[in-house]
Design a protein around this ligand. Structure first.
Ligand code: ADP
Ligand code: MG
Length: 245
């Protein structure tokens, strides 16, 4: 609810690459259990905001507050980063490890979980993402959708407070997009707090609890999906939607 402090608070966040302003004073908030969908044209700063949220990159102005604490600089952010699960467009699984090993390796190496326990947990997560029978398979033996579901399981293995998705289905064959979106929908229904950068407008509309529209490094509009999709207030939001169709 809006009366509780947000899990993530963005205050006037500024991110520059040299002279280029990628985030130009972004303010937003993400509450517990919300699925915040970031939409907007290519190059508008959506991925940059996720990378800054994960403290993979420093910001030049404003602040990002995660669970009440201002994010530290990237060099000091490993403990914070561990509490956020990041899922990228291209999965980035270890190619020479099985699906099970890919999921178990985080708990084993980072959390110090014993091998048997980490593998038991990994198997349960593979069941959760519908890959019970693929534990021994290597990434090259899996479809894109299956690899992405392994990547989601790998992120969940760290028991994150929030999941950050950057266009998780953009690199997939069309026939495997649905299986990944279904896993994400189920996570949302279980109450996972999620930020999802996506071009899947049906997902944003049906699963999103809040939609944030980016353009040129700024939030141009935000609201519940029904409002943003059915009665966009801003011309730039309407322009973005018209370019999609
Ligand atoms: P989106 O995810 O919305 O497509 P990005 O956040 O990837 O947009 O990029 C926003 C802008 O910042 C783009 O113009 C992009 O070229 C620029 N940008 C992103 N990363 C870098 C970087 N490492 N160095 C220079 N410019 C970058
Ligand atoms: Mg992007």
């Amino acid at each position: 609810g809006a009366d509780r402090p947000p899990v993530i608070l963005y205050e006037e966040v500024v991110k520059r690459y040299g002279g280029f302003v990628a985030l130009n004073g972004v303010s937003a908030r993400v509450h517990q259990g919300e699925v915040v969908c970031l939409i907007g044209p290519s190059g508008s700063g959506k991925s940059t905001l996720l990378r800054c949220t994960n403290a993979l990159e420093a910001i030049e102005g404003g602040r990002i507050v995660f669970e009440g604490q201002t994010l530290p600089t990237p060099a000091l952010a490993a403990p914070v980063r561990r509490r956020m699960g990041m899922v990228f467009q291209n999965f980035e699984l270890f190619p020479h490890k099985s699906a099970l090993e890919n999921v178990a390796i985080g708990p084993r190496t980072v959390l110090g979980t014993a091998k048997a326990e980490a593998e038991e947990k990994a198997q349960a997560l593979l069941v959760k993402v519908g890959l019970a029978d693929k534990a021994a398979s290597y990434p090259s033996e899996l479809s894109g959708g299956q690899q992405q579901r392994v990547a989601i399981a790998r992120a969940l293995a760290m028991e994150p407070e929030v999941m950050l998705f950057d266009e998780p289905t953009s690199a997939l064959d069309p026939e495997t997009v649905g299986e990944v979106l279904n896993v994400m929908k189920r996570l949302a229904e279980e109450g996972m707090t999620m930020i999802v950068v996506t071009h899947e407008m049906t997902f944003a509309r049906r699963v999103g609890s809040w939609v944030v529209v980016f353009d040129k490094g700024r939030v141009v509009e935000e609201g519940v999906p029904k409002q943003v999709f059915e009665q966009p207030r801003e011309q730039r939001t309407r322009d973005f939607f018209s370019h999609l169709s």
